[in-house]
Design a protein around this ligand. Structure first.
Ligand SMILES: NC(=O)c1ccc[n+]([C@@H]2O[C@H](COP(=O)([O-])OP(=O)(O)OC[C@H]3O[C@@H](n4cnc5c(N)ncnc54)[C@H](O)[C@@H]3O)[C@@H](O)[C@H]2O)c1
Length: 297
């Protein structure tokens, strides 16, 4: 198969990532089947797609005909087979739990055409931990989109030891057809590229606070004004959730056993106090007086 031969994409998991990846595919001319284990989540994703497209039409970014054509290419299926049975490529975007993903990949192997690529959008689970439940490890890989997938241009494509060059070429080419700029990771590493670099900056930022060198506000100002970051590391942690940052560092520490990978002390304190950022009204910043969205970076 070549990238040009990919016509149908299956998306499993219709949450934050899946609903946008599905719509992205439909907007770029692919036929897309979406499935979620929770009927309510599927309904919400469908309603969101309509609202999003209506908004684009209202703003003059899409014609009504283009929006309707995208909706016409999108199917929300309550059964997994209905979403992936014809797929050339499946993108899995379900809960970040290894056993759930392994169980799903085994099902995908049974339900999809033999030529289909099976990709995971996981942020932390590399595809070599999923490939052995399938009969096609050479067609299994990570396609790591960024949130929000309709906006963020990067996809990290990560091959495992068995992924073939053909699979990589199809995946890279399909990402380009989705309007993305993919980068290829030649072998697996926890956190891929972007998150590893963000963690490094975040950890150093927290270390500077722990040492009493500067406050979170000062460090954010420094990185925005001095390094042209669009958002400082503390504002970013508040936006993404300090709980998420903590849990992912704990996972990295569990995998590596390296003490240096443990979350910094002040992050552990924030996690344990339930001060997780915008979602709880308080993190490194106080978001309580500024509505659900909290302090804009
Ligand atoms: N949120 C992010 O910023 C982000 C960024 C990049 C990658 N990711 C990765 O994307 C994946 C999804 O993350 P998300 O933030 O969209 O999660 P989410 O919780 O918003 O959505 C997950 C959806 O999957 C559904 N689901 C769970 N188990 C399922 C199953 N067995 N079959 C079908 N559907 C199932 C849930 O009902 C839910 O609707 C994760 O692997 C995560 O690591 C997330």
């Amino acid at each position: 198969m070549r990238a040009e031969d990919v016509r149908t994409i299956g998306v499993v998991g219709a949450g934050t990532m899946g609903q946008q990846i599905a719509l992205l595919g439909a907007l770029h001319g692919f036929t897309v089947g979406v499935h979620d284990a929770i009927g309510e989540a599927l309904k919400k994703a469908e309603a969101w797609a309509h609202t999003y497209l209506d908004g684009r039409v209202d703003k003059g970014r899409l014609t009504r005909a283009e929006a309707d054509a995208a909706l016409g290419r999108l199917t929300f299926a309550s059964d997994l087979a209905g979403a992936v049975g014809q797929a050339d490529l499946v993108i899995e975007a379900i809960v970040e739990k290894l056993e759930a993903k392994r169980d799903l990949f085994a099902q995908l192997d049974r339900l999809t055409p033999p030529h289909a690529l099976l990709a995971t959008n996981s942020s932390t689970i590399v595809s070599s931990r999923l490939m052995d439940v399938t009969s096609r490890p050479e067609k299994v890989l990570n396609l790591h989109f960024f949130n929000p997938p309709l906006v963020m241009e990067l996809v990290e494509v990560c091959r495992n030891a068995k992924t073939t060059d053909e699979t990589v070429a199809v995946a890279m080419g399909t990402c380009r057809r989705l309007g993305k700029s993919p980068i290829l990771l030649k072998r697996e590493i926890f956190g891929f590229v972007v998150n590893r670099l963000l963690w490094a900056v975040g950890n150093e930022a927290m270390s500077l606070v722990e040492q009493g060198i500067a406050t979170p506000e000062e460090i954010d100002t420094a990185m925005v004004k001095g390094a042209r970051y669009p958002i400082g590391p503390f504002a970013l942690m508040d936006m993404n959730g300090i709980d998420v940052g903590y849990l992912v560092r704990m996972e990295r520490y569990r995998e590596s056993g390296n003490e240096a990978d443990r979350p910094p002390r002040i992050m552990v304190e924030k996690y344990e106090k339930g001060e997780w950022g915008r979602k709880t009204g308080k993190g490194w910043y106080d978001h309580s007086t500024q509505g659900a969205e909290g302090r804009k970076p």
